[in-house]
Design a binder for this molecule. Structure first.
Ligand code: FES
Length: 105
């Protein structure tokens, strides 16, 4: 699935992600800036925080309890804030657009 990572400075990275990997893993594999993922996807660091494009909020589904509590540690949390290690790539997410927070650059 194609995923676009937008950055606060107006640049963006477009990545071809594999189904089953997370939006965080796809970013790290392709050296996308703005997603640090210090904990390696264990939902324990909140440095993979992204803002999900409104059009995809339904498809991504509800936050899990662990994700919600970890997001308390992220900066500038918005209603569309998610942890990208908790978003699994699938065909349904083709064309997904996420924005990385300025604090992770
Ligand atoms: Fe650490 Fe997502 S990579 S919470």
């Amino acid at each position: 699935a194609k995923i676009t990572y937008k950055h606060h400075d107006g640049t963006e990275d477009v990545v071809e992600a594999t189904n089953g990997e997370s939006v965080m893993e796809a970013a790290v594999k392709n050296s996308v800036a703005g997603i640090d993922a210090d904990c390696g996807g264990a939902c324990a660091c909140a440095t993979c925080h992204v803002y999900v494009d409104e059009a995809f909020m339904d498809k991504i589904g509800e936050q899990q309890e662990m994700e919600r509590s970890m997001l308390d540690f992220a900066e500038n949390v918005q209603p569309n804030s998610r942890l990208s290690c908790q978003i699994t790539v699938s065909d349904a997410l083709d064309g997904l657009v996420v924005t990385t927070p300025e604090s992770q650059h």
